[in-house]
Design a protein around this ligand. Structure first.
Ligand code: GLC
Length: 550
């Protein structure tokens, strides 16, 4: 089944998935070893985070060679074995292309540093102020100024992320050709899926200082972005109708996404957007503690559903990835209602119009890491922000409270396979600590248990394949302003789905605006849910109601 609208993608942050060689770090062999688990879950694609040679300053998003495998994670033969074994199970691979920047250890950057003018033009260099100030005031996403000075050159290079992640100069046609070769290299190996990292940042536009902000308005969805994506598609993946692509769109606008992911615009198959996950931020500032804004969450999710649909464009739908905290900790309940809330959140996403992404461990309801000291953190962004927040005068305890909620390491603790030491992830000391709750929350306890979170996800994935209305139906919100219920309907040629979710632990009465005559309950997170127009919803209760075409 390779229609991406009927498919579900599983994100494998393999470094924390399964360690097959006992060195404490997950690897490609570990993914191969667990393919039967993924087949049991029912997913169609595995998105692999970057496994290319890298100094691992940003866990592989600092690529030093796009066409090889980092020896820490295996060999090219291991990649080929994984690809073949996955194919035998009907699963395809999606690779992560980090094309906004390379590691400063990449050969291109090293040549640039050594004075090779051709390679110097692969990156973005500017002169700074006479007083030693950087070329402009743009900020790095990981904190601090976005420019790094190189004394031998007397110039600064741009890095929107870590100083070891130098931004590529997409204005240079040679850069674009080299990146096309990378895609063709992996296409020749049979790869049928690509994810493009922060790809809407590649066209930089102007380099003016930004008196209103951190510079993002100059380079986000920049002036040549559609041209660049169009060209990349036409020269590579666009020639193979079986390939699916997804772009990670940072701080994007919906209007741009109509084009990035339009059915006939010749750019990408779908997009990740993040506005619905900024509902526990203050503006763009994530290093704060505020309760999430439920109405805002609904309004954003629903407006992207209808907007993208009206423009024949396609969303990737998701709560979790390796950059986001765990959703059950964020919008659900880690305590008494852990299982019902984890199931409810899964239902919300999987019945939407779009391709659902499951992030490893989400399908068993894994929670945030709960780290209590800085030496447990591994993520460069978290460690930088620990120091930034301390320097702003925040008390250490408050900083830890913020990291425990927002750190990317919340998602990066090892997959909890069973109740044994290190959660069955490794026989060695893991590169990042395992959550102690692995004794309670683990895959072994859930696979085959009819009431588990895992089984609920398994059913959700199967429903999308079985019911065309889930894959192809139109979307419409229900009772959008309700303060605690998230409900919507999907319709396709007389077939109809009604999805009702109590987003909170308090019980609530809700009257369905749709006539439910002839509906049956396809799925619920309570054993005895019934189809009624006047519903009394229990904590986190979630129902998927369906009526076939008459
Ligand atoms: C994306 C990745 C993230 C990485 C950043 C820079 O947002 O998902 O993990 O740090 O790009 O490559």
């Amino acid at each position: 089944m390779y229609d991406f609208r009927k498919s579900v993608v599983y994100q494998c942050y393999f470094k924390s998935f399964f360690d097959s060689n006992g060195d404490g770090v997950g690897d490609l062999g570990g993914v191969t070893a667990k393919l039967d688990y993924l087949k049991t879950l029912g997913v169609d694609y595995i998105w692999l985070n970057p496994f290319f040679p890298s100094p691992q300053r940003d866990n592989g998003y600092d690529v030093a060679d796009y066409c090889a495998v980092d020896p820490r994670f295996g060999t090219m033969a291991d990649f080929e074995t994984l690809s073949q074994e996955a194919a035998k199970r009907g699963i395809r691979l999606m690779l992560d292309m980090v094309f906004n920047h390379t590691s400063t250890e990449h050969e291109w950057f090293q040549k640039a540093l050594a004075g090779d003018k051709e390679y110097e033009d692969f990156y973005i260099w500017r002169e700074g102020g006479a007083d030693g100030t950087p070329p402009n005031n743009w900020e790095s996403k990981f904190g601090g100024n976005a420019w790094q000075y190189v004394p031998e050159k007397g110039k600064w290079y741009l890095h929107l992320f870590d100083p070891t992640q130098a931004d590529l100069n997409w204005e240079n046609p040679r850069v674009r050709q080299e990146l096309q070769k990378v895609i063709r290299f992996w296409m020749d190996k049979g790869v049928k899926g690509f994810r493009f990292d922060v790809v809407n940042l590649i066209s930089k536009g102007s380099y003016k200082s930004d008196d209103q902000g951190d510079g993002r308005r100059f380079y986000t969805d920049g002036p040549r972005i559609h041209e660049f994506l169009h060209e990349l598609s036409a020269a590579t993946f666009g020639t193979d109708a079986e390939i699916i692509t997804v772009g990670e769109m940072s701080s994007t606008s919906m209007e741009n996404c109509y084009r990035y992911a339009g059915a006939d615009t010749g750019e990408l198959s779908m997009v990740f957007s993040f506005h619905h996950l900024k509902v526990d931020f203050v503006g763009n500032e994530k290093w704060v503690l505020v309760p999430f804004d439920f109405l805002k969450l609904k309004n954003i999710l629903f407006s992207w559903q209808t907007g993208m649909s009206d423009h024949n464009a396609w969303n990737a739908v998701f709560w979790c990835n390796h950059d986001q905290p765990r959703v059950v900790s964020r919008f659900g309940d880690e305590g008494e209602y852990w299982a019902p809330s984890a199931k409810m959140l899964g239902t919300v996403v999987h019945c939407l119009r779009g391709t659902p992404y499951v992030y490893q461990g989400e399908e068993i309801g894994m929670t945030n890491a709960g780290f209590t000291s800085l030496d447990q953190y591994r993520d460069v962004e978290s460690i930088n922000h620990y120091h930034i927040l301390r320097a702003r005068g925040l008390h250490e305890d408050s900083v830890y409270d913020i990291l425990r909620v927002h750190s990317r390491d919340n998602a990066r603790t090892p997959m909890q396979w069973d109740a044994s030491a290190h959660g069955g992830f490794t026989t060695a000391e893991p590169w990042i600590s395992v959550n102690p709750n692995h004794t309670r929350i683990n895959a072994a306890a859930q696979v085959g248990d009819p009431d588990s979170v895992f089984t609920h996800y398994q059913k959700l994935i199967a429903l999308r394949k079985q019911y065309d209305v889930i894959a192809y139906g139109d979307f419409a919100p229900l009772d959008q302003q309700h303060p605690s219920v998230l409900a919507y309907t999907r319709r396709l040629n007389g077939e109809q789905l009604v999805v009702v979710n109590n987003f909170y632990r308090t019980e609530t009465d809700w009257t369905c605006p749709v006539d439910l005559d002839g509906f049956t309950c396809l799925l619920s997170n309570y054993p005895d849910s019934t189809v009624q127009t006047k519903l009394h919803l229990r904590p986190y209760e979630s129902l998927v109601l369906h009526r076939a075409a008459k």
